[in-house]
Design a protein around this ligand. Structure first.
Ligand SMILES: [Zn+2]
Length: 341
């Protein structure tokens, strides 16, 4: 009962998660946080009360109860001004879009907020991973943003044709063959990934934890640029062959690779992508072809930190919790491969 109350308190103090299915994932994670906390607290109080009763037992074994209310004993506790040590728990803060960020003027949708989780002090690596659950911006398909910061045209085709200078601010995403919207499948995986990254000591910038966030692809990317050390966007591809996981690599196009911030970032984008594919492969996730496919995306066109669009499967892929948990393990391994810790 006590544990439940603490878990509820923590659930309330961390950012609330909406959407069906997500509450369970989060409360599971919070229970494990609260359990270790509770253990630490009860051990500490056990130690101090054991010490007190031991000394009482030596002096007057029979009259312990009679001694406790004396004024001398109530004054003995240490002064309360002693600073409490930092508690070993995950903390979080809400973060908003900053209109002063580089390229901020190119974003059209940025009223929403993200959540920055900081790993427990005992595990903390001081590396922040931006986890971006693809899609999930209501109305995002009706608003258009510049494909490239300098206004140049897209060099590859995809959901937006090559040669276009504008693309949807956030596309609606596909629908998996069982009827699940892509935005829901990417969200459930993102929530699993968040907890595993925190358990591994990474801080996590969660772009979206509910069905909708009013942040377009440029805003999401700028948040990662300014608040994280890398950016992983999660997607399911629109094919229906269950072809396996891959990431969108930076196109082999001289003009594109010469454009900033792509010029300064693309090699690290691809290194991160290769690391994540190796991690996924190591846990047995099926990999498509060589594990990458070239695409000129808004995300990587604006990224100043290593950044990938990761297609973890397609419309035909199993997106059950078990399978997504394995995928999340693989991504954590990939992140670890990339940062070397
Ligand atoms: Zn997608």
């Amino acid at each position: 009962m006590k544990r439940k109350m603490i878990a509820l308190f923590l659930a309330a103090s961390l950012a609330a998660c909406g959407g069906c299915g997500t509450a369970r994932n989060d409360s599971d994670a919070l229970s494990s946080v609260s359990y270790s906390e509770r253990t630490a607290v009860s051990e500490a109080s056990c130690a101090s009360s054991a010490g007190e009763s031991a000394s009482a037992a030596q002096t007057a074994p029979v009259s312990v109860a009679a001694e406790t209310p004396t004024p001398a004993q109530t004054e003995t506790p240490p002064p309360t001004e002693t600073p409490a040590p930092e508690s070993d728990e995950v903390t979080s803060e809400t973060v908003a879009f900053d209109p002063n960020w580089t390229y901020a003027g190119n974003s059209q949708i940025h009223a929403g907020t993200a959540v920055l989780y900081t790993a427990k002090p005992s595990l903390r690596k001081n590396i922040t991973v931006c986890v971006n659950a693809g899609h999930g911006t209501e109305g995002g398909e009706n608003v258009y943003t510049l494909c490239h910061p300098d206004g140049s045209a897209k060099v590859t085709g995809g959901s937006t044709a090559a040669g276009s200078t504008y693309a949807m601010a956030v596309a609606g995403g596909t629908t998996l063959l069982d009827g699940t919207p892509e935005r829901s499948a990417t969200l459930s995986l993102a929530l699993l990934l968040k907890n595993k990254l925190l358990d591994a000591g990474y801080n996590v910038l969660m772009i979206r934890e509910t069905d909708d966030v009013q942040l377009d692809n440029i805003a999401r990317t700028l948040m990662a640029n300014n608040l994280a050390d890398c950016h992983i966007a999660i997607h399911y591809d629109s094919t229906d062959s269950d072809k396996g996981a891959f990431y969108m690599s930076v196109p082999d196009n001289a003009a594109y690779r010469a454009m900033e911030p792509v010029a300064s970032t693309w090699e690290n984008d691809d290194l991160l992508g290769d690391s994540v594919i190796r991690g996924l492969s190591a846990v047995g996730v099926k990999i498509y072809s060589s594990g990458s496919l070239e695409a000129d995306l808004t995300q990587t066109s604006y990224s100043t930190v290593p950044s990938i669009d990761l297609e973890v499967g397609d419309r035909a892929s199993d997106h059950s919790e078990n399978v997504q948990s394995t995928i999340a393990d693989g991504i954590v391994q990939g992140v670890t491969n990339y940062f070397g810790q």
